[in-house]
Structure formats: structure tokens, C-alpha cells
Ligand binder design. Sequence first.
Ligand SMILES: Nc1nc2c(c(=O)[nH]1)N(C=O)[C@@H](CNc1ccc(C(=O)N[C@@H](CCC(=O)O)C(=O)O)cc1)CN2
Ligand SMILES: Nc1nc2c(ncn2[C@@H]2O[C@H](COP(=O)(O)OP(=O)(O)OP(=O)(O)O)[C@@H](O)[C@H]2O)c(=O)[nH]1
Ligand SMILES: [Mg+2]
Length: 450
Amino acid sequence: MSEYTLDDTIVAIATASGIGSISIVRVSGEKALEIALKISKKDSLKPRFATLSYLHNTNDELIDEALIIYFKAPFSFTGEDIVEFQCHGGIAIANLVVDTVLDFGARMANAGEFSKRAFLNNKIDLSKAEAISKIIEAKSSDAVKLLARQLKGELKDFVEDIREDLLFMLAYTEVSIDYAEEDLPTDIFEKINQKIENITIKLSNTLDASRRREGMLSGFKVAIIGKPNVGKSSLLNKLLNYDRAIISDIAGTTRDTIEESVKIGTHIIKIVDTAGIRENTSDVIEQIGIEKSIQAINEADIVVALFDNSKICDDEDEKILNLLNDNSDKNIIKVLNKSDLENSFDKSRIIDFIEISTKDNINLLIKKVEKILDENTQEDELTLVSKRQIKSVENCLENINLSKNPLHSGELEFFAHFITEALYEISNITRPYENDEMLDVMFGEFCLGK
Ligand SMILES: Nc1nc2c(c(=O)[nH]1)N(C=O)[C@@H](CNc1ccc(C(=O)N[C@@H](CCC(=O)O)C(=O)O)cc1)CN2
Ligand SMILES: Nc1nc2c(ncn2[C@@H]2O[C@H](COP(=O)(O)OP(=O)(O)OP(=O)(O)O)[C@@H](O)[C@H]2O)c(=O)[nH]1
Ligand SMILES: [Mg+2]
């Protein structure tokens, strides 16, 4: 994508490949109108007007009856001339239209190229481009609502505010470096200090909220753990409503982690069934399974820890309770399963648990999971939606923190250096100063036609 030029005209199918009632082929660039006039055999197309027309290929053969919309530059998604052919559905017609457009001198668009052009032509900033890319892949209505806020520019405004503050500080420190101190307003240091503290709080809060909500975009991960034979796979099957995993009364039945998606309330979650965690095993494959279980805990947003209510709490259960204590930052649900059988588990060993039976119903557990998911999605705070954005805020915050000492000791050149770095970092979210490589990586992750 680095040999990218803005002069050529690009084309791609904008709609999903498959059977649908309408397919859209989008053309962007200088030749878009000229190509559309040839295909439609019209003398002109009225901008932003849906024109019904027959479409013809380069051999003058009829290929479809379609709506054509011409967006005259600069008033289009990319800022260039755009023509949309809204043709009949199915991949064959769309491909014929694309082929014709190519024959008339356009080239195939790369992944993300429409959005990249929109960015380069100042139609959208990177936070909006990212929101567009992610909203297409969003798995839940909550995720869509969150991303729609970024389409509207919430993150952009946040970044703009911080940029403004940082620029203010830079301007005043430059002045202080150049002029004698007595010429400056006396409260300026206090003002800068106050701004630094405000930015620190704002950035930290945003990072915290974003980390909590990471699972909302990719699907929250719920890991089911416990010693062998407590009913982990039975629980997975019950949650999925079909027999996905093999269950048996032989301990060590599940040897690898199994991951499946399921909807709970309004949330799409990924459930991970793990191999039973036991203290000592000489079985190499089982040992690997156990290590994967520990990894599953690390990656999970919610850990469902199962215990067998029909057995006494033994050393292996204790080991798992200890493991949970080590992960107290996680949302943990402790569950006594097999409660349909005679209860033998010593409940004084465990606090805050629920009792269920996968042979009966697991509603209590589902409600509990749903409540945690609700709590983690109902925040109103601004949320960063990509690793890239999180990294930029982390780096910005780091430089802000580094600027505090020099500010207090009056080493203003150093202070200005860190603030400049912070400014570069935060700008990466919306419009980087110079970073072609990052742009290539980012837009390369888009789906074709975007
Ligand atoms: N048919 C169709 N539907 C679509 C898109 C599209 O490209 N085509 N979009 C593509 O992602 C999204 C809508 N986004 C768009 C964003 C800007 C403009 C546009 O024409 N902007 C002009 C005029 C603005 C105005 O009229 O207010 C501009 O910014 O100058 C069009 C679509 C979703 N739906
Ligand atoms: N009575 C009763 N039996 C259950 C319940 N849940 C599971 N079982 C039985 O317990 C045995 C083990 O179930 P699994 O789901 O395979 O257990 P697991 O934890 O996945 O076991 P491993 O994969 O070996 O770690 C099976 O015979 C199940 O039918 C329950 O709530 N009540
Ligand atoms: Mg199992």
C-alpha cells in the first residue's frame, strides 16, 4: 500500500459476498463519473440523486438495471468523485459491473483503501476510520452503540481537548524559556500544574474503563475451571444447548480447551471449557491441558469455578481456591455443581457461592453471569476500542508523568520535551504527525471494499 497514489480510480464491491437482494459496487476517483456515463450511456448524472439506468459492459451488452448515485467531489465519503452502482443482488452481477469498471480504466481497491482516501482527504480521522472498521465486525448491540459514539467523534473531541491543553502548556513554557520570569503572569505555573493533574486523571480513567470493556468488542471470555469430573463440560453443553463436548464419569475426559460462542442476555460471550486442573499428573497431554487452563484463567473476563457438591472439599479443590485468590482482580463465580446429589462439600471452606445442577437447571448461574456483563457494559465513560488507541494513551500518560519532575524543578526544556512527546502520542489516535507505516498497518486490517 505504500506505493499508493491518489490519482487512480478504484473499484470494489461494498456489500457482503453472498445472495442478497442488492449489491453495491463503489467507484472512487477522477474517472468515476466518466466511467459511469459510459456504463449507463447517459450524458450526465445529477449529484446525490438516485438515477435508474440500464448498465452495459464494454461490448455494449446489457448486464443489469440498477440505481446509480453520483457523489460529486468533495462531497462524498472519500472526498473524491464517487459513483455507486446499486445493482441486483448476487455476486455474479456485481462482478460483471466490477469487471466493466476495470475495463474502463479503474483498478481494484486494496483493503481499507476507501477509508484511507477518506482519511487522506481529511473526511475522517483515524478514530472514526477504526470505528467504521470495527462496527462492521461488532458482535452485539452494545458494541455497535459504543462504536457509533466514535463515528460521531466522541474520541476525536476527547483527543482535541487534550491536544489543546498540551499546546497551551508548550506555548507558555516556550515563552518562559525565552523571557525573564518576572514578565510572566504569576499564576501560570499553577495553571499548568492543574492541567497536568487533570489530564493525568482523564487519561487514567479512560484507560481503566477501556480495559474493563475490552471484551465487549471481541466478546467477553468466560472460562469454566475446576478439578476433573466436576461437570465443566456438562455445564458448557447446557449453556450451548447441545452436546458440544464429550462428557463421561472418567476424570480427565476433556484434554484440550474448547471455545464456543453463545448469547447471554444481550451479550455474545465466548465460553471456554478447560481440562480439569489437578495437582499431579504424569500424563503429558493432561499436563499441557492443565497449563492451558491456567492460561484460560488469565485471558478470561469471568471465571466460573466449579466444585462437586456431592464430594468433600479435597486438596485439589483447595488448590483451585488458592488459584482463585491469586486472581482476585477477576470476576469469579464459585459454583457448587451436582447439588441434585447428597451434599457433602464443606461449605465453610468457600464464601459466596451458588448451588446448581447441570442435570436440572443453571438459571442461577446464567443470571449471575448476565449481571456481571451488564455491569461491565453500562458505563458511560469514553472507551478506547483498539490496542492501538490504548497504546497511544498509555504512552501519552507515561510522558505526562515524566514531565512532572522537570516541571517542579523548573527544568522547562525537559518539561517541554516530554509534553511534545505526549502530544505526538495522543495525536496518533486521530491524525499522526508523521507515521506512514502505522497507517499502512491500520488500513491493511480493514475488510475489502471499505
Ligand atoms: N450507499 C451507501 N451507504 C452507506 C455508505 C456508503 O458509502 N454508501 N457509507 C460509507 O461508509 C456509510 C455512510 N457514510 C457516509 C459518509 C459520508 C458521505 C458523504 O457523502 N459525505 C459528504 C456529504 C456530507 C453531507 O451531505 O452531509 C461529505 O462529507 O462531504 C456518505 C456516506 C454507511 N452507508
Ligand atoms: N448428578 C449429577 N451429575 C453430573 C452433574 N454434572 C455433571 N455430572 C456428571 O459428572 C460426570 C463428569 O462430567 P463432565 O462434564 O465430563 O466433567 P468435567 O468437569 O468436564 O470432567 P473432565 O473433562 O474430566 O475434567 C459425568 O458423568 C456427568 O454426567 C450434575 O449436576 N449432577
Ligand atoms: Mg470435561
